[in-house]
Design a protein around this ligand. Structure first.
Ligand code: NAG
Length: 443
């Protein structure tokens, strides 16, 4: 080889390295007892590992099948902490819903922060966690927002960038203050009440709700979080969490315009809803397959005792393969509480829904399905034999619901790149660049 070719070779090598992201050490910092959060982020973790990054997961739930290139950090640590999730909170929320009580966001907000703070306190007081948190080193942390906010202190300590991943999509308790997302109160329903507020008195309730979320975040949550951060890193001078939390590189929102609202999002907020959904590749278990192939039938997921006088056209079981059933051509409708992941799965397969929301993002999702013409919203306290069977009749007999569900399914799938490719591209973008050019100068 002569040296006269050297500049050409160097140019070729340089151009090959353009846009290539060096392998980074990435931590997924997730928690809470809900397995659904694991389902939401797992495809992205696997994708980034496939692309050559070193990926660790810190999560309260085990993977369905371990992925060889991904490492679980301190697995099993959370098994004692499950009590922090749901429990008292869901009971009180359910009670309020059944009583048709005004759903005071100050109470709901404080309840949620109580839950997140209790979970964080358990972590911070655990010796294994302390040891790990004081020595671990990553380039990037992708954390569950709002459930695992102590991640922002870990990131500060490690000099790592961080990305907020929101499994339930955007939520008003953080929208404006933390993430700078416009809430558009003139037409978007409130998160906790779920009802659209178009009348003057309702606008006041909306304003009260937004202020309440902000106050409960600032005074209930951040001050306690700061104490916990001090407990974890007593030697360090770490800025207040209220400041740290705004230093995100990006926000990944588990939502998509096809099932949600055409809301305005800033350039750093990336909707990546639907990473977990897929075509069905597995056949149904034989008993379920036989049951549904012999007539018009109901499948009922029910974890309690099955009533002995159950009609013969109902099959009740503790668990069903949801994706395979929603993909089945005989599936005509889905009755659900309206959690983001189930809603996206049904939308993907073009199945209309009846939603009976209970809490968290469910009331908001339920209204957005209504808005998109693919769902019938039912309030828990309004359910009677008549209202319920009326809703089922409507879903099955009014063609609008199944027709819209087919259209929404086409729109949900029609994107420039798949949700997981979009998410992984943006994560690498945030690794390659300082993203402050995407953010408001105050951030
Ligand atoms: C914000 O993040 C950048 C880069 O990720 C870092 O250099 C800076 O120190 C962080 N600032 C605060 C206050 O966390």
């Amino acid at each position: 080889m002569t040296f006269k070719n050297l500049p050409i070779i160097i140019c070729i090598l340089l151009s090959l390295s353009l846009h290539k992201t060096e392998s980074s050490k990435i931590l997924f910092f997730f928690g809470l007892g809900s397995y659904s959060h694991r389902i939401a982020f797992q495809p992205l973790a696997e994708k980034l590992a496939d692309r050559g990054h070193e990926v660790d997961i810190f999560s309260s739930s085990k993977p369905e099948r371990p992925y060889p290139r991904v490492t679980e950090v301190l697995p099993g640590l959370f098994s004692n902490f499950k009590r922090n999730f749901g429990g008292p909170l869901s009971k009180s929320v359910l009670h309020d819903r059944l009583q048709d009580k005004f759903h005071d966001p100050l109470l709901v907000g404080n309840n949620m922060w109580d839950m997140f703070n209790a979970d964080t306190a358990d972590l911070v007081r655990n010796e294994d966690f302390q040891e790990w948190a004081r020595s671990a080193k990553y380039d990037l942390i992708i954390y569950h927002h709002p459930g695992k906010p102590i991640a922002v202190a870990l990131a500060y300590k490690m000099k790592a960038k961080f990305i907020a991943f929101m499994p339930a999509g955007a939520s008003p308790m953080h929208d404006v203050e933390i993430h700078g997302l416009p809430i558009e109160p003139s037409w978007l329903p409130d998160w906790v009440q779920g009802s659209p507020y178009f009348l003057i008195p309702e606008r006041f309730i909306y304003a009260y709700n937004q202020i309440s979320w902000y106050l409960s975040f600032k005074y209930t949550h951040c001050s306690r979080l700061d104490e916990l951060i001090k407990e974890l890193y007593p030697e360090d001078d770490i800025p207040p969490s209220e400041i740290l939390v705004r230093n995100f590189s990006l926000i990944l929102l588990n939502e998509h315009y096809s099932t949600g609202y055409p809301r305005a999002l800033p350039p750093y907020a990336i909707p990546i809803g639907g990473m977990h959904v897929k075509e069905s590749t597995e056949s149904l278990p034989q008993d379920i397959d036989e049951f549904i192939s012999t007539g018009d039938k109901f499948l009922w997921k029910w974890e309690g005792d099955v009533p002995t006088n159950l009609p013969t056209n109902i099959l009740a079981k503790k668990w069903f393969p949801q994706n395979e059933i929603l993909a089945h051509p005989k599936c005509k409708g889905f009755i659900t509480q309206g959690g983001q992941l189930s809603v996206q799965q049904a939308a993907f397969h073009g199945v209309p829904m009846i939603t009976v929301p209970v809490w968290a993002d469910q009331p908001f999702n339920s209204r957005s399905l209504n808005y998109n013409g693919i769902g019938i919203h039912l309030d828990l306290e309004d359910i009677t034999k008549d209202t319920f069977s009326h809703a089922i009749q409507e879903m099955l007999t009014i063609p609008k619901y199944s027709n819209n569900a087919k259209l929404v399914s086409e729109r949900f799938k029609d994107r420039p790149s798949s949700p997981v490719d979009t998410a992984s591209w943006w994560v690498e973008y945030a690794i390659r660049h300082d993203t402050s050019h995407l953010k408001h100068p105050d951030y």
